[in-house]
Ligand binder design. Structure first.
Ligand code: ZN
Length: 281
């Protein structure tokens, strides 16, 4: 499942292709994904210029010259591919099944942006830009990692008195936006904090370790994704998926890179947590 760094990598890959370009046509190959497509979708998007491609949490935001924002979410298996006169012959090598190409956007540059999503948990919605503050799926979102609103002082306040395990609190999008299972596991390892520790015991010294740990794992993953953009764009036209080296995630039974202790797995709120029982207290 794409997490914030993967979505940011997709944004960075799509931005130079889409920004400043006019959408010539949009074709939707079915009525819905996770939710129905917007009413008159093609009509409202065609002929519009892409002013800016942004991101909030795991949502891509395409600001259109019409004053509407096209909000796109990749769900679990959503992928974008870019093809066109330069890259058309790569399209068949991406490994995506054309049967799952649900949306095809043609730009005035002749580039084609295709959205493929086998499991269809992704979605696309249009929302007025001037009312974007009230877009319901983002209204309750906490601050973004790497933003000025996210800091140790913020965590002190947000976690104060919370009895949930810190792992669960960090997955709560109203506490911090865009963090998923992988990067929560990695950040807790880096901050040497047990995933089982109660959130209310984090404020203070642990929050002072945790905030930079979260920022660092996200920044490094975005950087790794950035370096993969050129590879993917040239090799397959597919954006946003790349190999990470994780310290603990999905490494049950292997040695902790810091101390050599065997990494353990436990299940919290139905999700696997990977951690080092020696380093993380
Ligand atoms: Zn360790």
């Amino acid at each position: 499942m794409p997490e914030l760094p993967e979505v940011e990598t997709v944004r960075r890959g799509l931005a130079p292709v889409m920004e400043g370009r006019t959408i010539v046509s949009l074709t939707q190959n079915r009525a819905d994904l996770r939710f129905p497509f917007p009413d008159r979708f093609a009509e409202r998007v065609s002929g519009q210029k892409v002013v800016r491609l942004g991101r909030r949490a795991k949502f891509l935001t395409v600001e259109l010259s019409s004053g509407e924002v096209l909000v796109m979410h990749l769900g679990m298996t959503g992928r974008f591919t870019v093809s066109g006169h330069a890259t058309a012959h790569y399209k068949h090598e991406t490994g995506t099944d054309p049967a799952h190409d649900h949306v095809v956007i043609v730009l005035d540059s002749h580039d084609i942006v295709t959205y493929n999503d086998p499991r269809r948990f992704g979605f696309m919605e249009l929302w007025p830009a001037e009312q974007f503050q009230s877009y319901p799926r983002l209204m309750a979102m906490g601050p973004e990692p790497l933003s000025n609103h996210f800091s140790a002082a913020y965590l002190d306040t947000a976690l104060k008195g919370k009895k949930a395990p810190i792992k669960a609190a960090l997955l709560d999008q109203s506490v911090i936006a865009g963090l998923g299972n992988i990067y929560v596991c990695e950040a807790l390892w880096r901050a040497k904090i047990s995933p089982k520790r109660l959130s209310q015991s984090i404020p203070g010294q642990r929050a002072a370790r945790l905030a930079p740990a979260i920022n660092d794992v996200i920044a490094e993953a975005i950087e790794a994704g950035g370096s993969s953009i050129s590879d993917f764009a040239s090799a397959s036209g597919e954006l946003g998926y790349f190999q990470h080296r994780f310290a603990v995630y999905d490494r049950e039974g292997q040695p902790c890179p810091a101390c050599g202790t065997i990494i353990k797995r436990l299940v919290q709120s139905g999700r696997s947590t990977f951690y080092c029982p020696s380093c993380q207290r």
